[in-house]
Ligand binder design. Structure first.
Ligand code: ATP
Ligand code: MG
Length: 377
């Protein structure tokens, strides 16, 4: 966790220390906004606040609380409550004493700002430890687990709305993410590939960097189109993507595949067709969106900052296929037989040999605003 925070704030001169179960982040004056934005992108953080540090005596502490009260009032807050925690029991006031004294002092010093213990608009929090700290307006972090604590997974990243969200969800369980994007050049454009790179960059800010492999699948798609019955085109393409992804995953030592599939969202994502796509691979396929509906996925995409990019109108690699009557409940046995006839092995190998690696998101990534409201509030 400490290493991850440091990696994200170091570009702005930030530093981090740990003491008694808290991280203390320091940054040069003027860099607070960037450092807070970095914290907003750091998975594993419950929350943070800018804090006033003061000497451990009652007078200094009350003074800091009053300053905090003034600042809150200036932001339009009219009611507050003091919360106090004391790890240093030698401080002359206990937490109840701090709450009473500081509450009264703030009320007296800031007319118009009143104590309300039941439903205050803001909390002023006091912590007495090796120094005294006073803060308000704590912000909620992304929570989840620190990236790097749960192995690496290979995300099948399309240019759509769903797969970036799927990648974020696994990163938020601590997984490092590599990405694989298939294009069908010249049927799909360079802009479409750049869009996937852009999505990977946004995701890469959360995932502490993302290596995106882009691979040309045109030959595979043309072979499928030439040899397979039309209703099966999409399912067979997904099977080929899975086989290719698994081969890459084994080479780069990713422990699982990740997709943005959501049950019955489209014909290729019925439970039967998902069984077909899975039938060619033995690595676990994680599908974190499987039980979410599209609206929920869109809200998450907006919150992590990928939505605007995902809806840019470039053709994705299914442009060659849009069967009017796709199979809805493919049988894995039949899918396997059809798949064997395609003899895709060499074409998949070729796609892998010619893949291009893009390093996305970190440390060179741009800043993206994130909406924090969604995650667990
Ligand atoms: P998305 O919004 O993620 O594109 P979708 O609803 O369009 O999802 P499909 O196009 O059927 O669904 O794709 C299902 C999953 O297959 C995607 O979530 C993604 O993980 C993977 N996938 C689809 N197309 C590609 C591609 N061109 N490159 C890499 N992975 C892909
Ligand atoms: Mg798609």
């Amino acid at each position: 966790m400490k290493r991850n925070i440091l990696a994200l704030i170091r570009p702005w001169g930030g530093q981090v220390e740990t003491a008694n179960g808290r991280f203390f982040v320091r940054c040069p004056p003027g860099a607070e906004g960037e450092v807070e934005d970095a914290l907003a992108h750091t998975l594993g953080i419950a929350g943070w606040a800018r804090t006033r540090k003061c000497e451990k005596n009652v007078e200094a502490l009350i003074g800091a609380c009053v300053e905090e009260g003034k600042s809150l009032f200036g932001k339009g807050v009219s009611s507050f409550k003091i919360e106090a925690r004391r790890t240093d029991k030698s401080f002359p006031l206990d937490s109840y004493g701090i709450r009473c004294r500081a509450g009264r002092a703030v009320e007296e010093a800031v007319p118009g700002l009143k104590v309300d213990v039941r439903s205050p608009q803001a909390l002023i929090e006091v912590e007495i430890r090796e120094k005294a700290y006073v803060f308000a307006m704590a912000r909620r972090g992304l929570r989840g687990l620190p990236v790097g604590t749960a192995g690496r997974g290979l995300l099948l990243l399309s240019g759509g709305i769903d797969s970036p969200v799927a990648g974020f969800m696994m990163a938020s369980r601590g997984m490092g993410i590599d990405g694989l994007y298939f294009h069908a050049s010249p049927y799909t454009s360079e802009e479409a590939r750049q869009k996937a790179i852009r999505l990977a960059s946004i995701l890469g800010r959360y995932a502490l960097g993302l290596r995106l492999y882009t691979a040309g699948f045109t030959a595979v798609e043309l072979r499928i189109k030439e040899r397979a019955p039309e209703p099966w085109l999409t399912v067979l393409l997904r099977m080929a993507m899975m086989e290719c992804a698994e081969k890459l995953a084994r080479r780069i030592k990713a422990k699982c595949l990740i997709t943005g599939e959501s049950l019955s969202q489209v014909a290729s994502q019925t439970v039967e067709n998902v069984s077909c796509t899975q039938s060619r691979v033995s690595l676990p396929v994680l599908r974190p969106l499987i039980g979410l509906d599209k609206e929920d996925i869109i809200r998450r995409a907006e919150a992590i900052g990928t939505y605007e990019t995902s809806i840019l109108p470039y053709q994705d690699c299914c442009v060659l296929f849009s069967p009017p009557h796709p199979v809805l409940r493919g049988r894995a046995g039949e899918a396997g037989e059809l798949y064997e006839k395609l003899e895709l092995g060499p074409l998949i190998e070729e796609a892998l040999d010619k893949k291009i690696l893009e390093k996305c998101g970190f440390p060179a990534g741009d800043l993206h605003p994130v909406g924090l409201g969604l995650f667990g509030q």
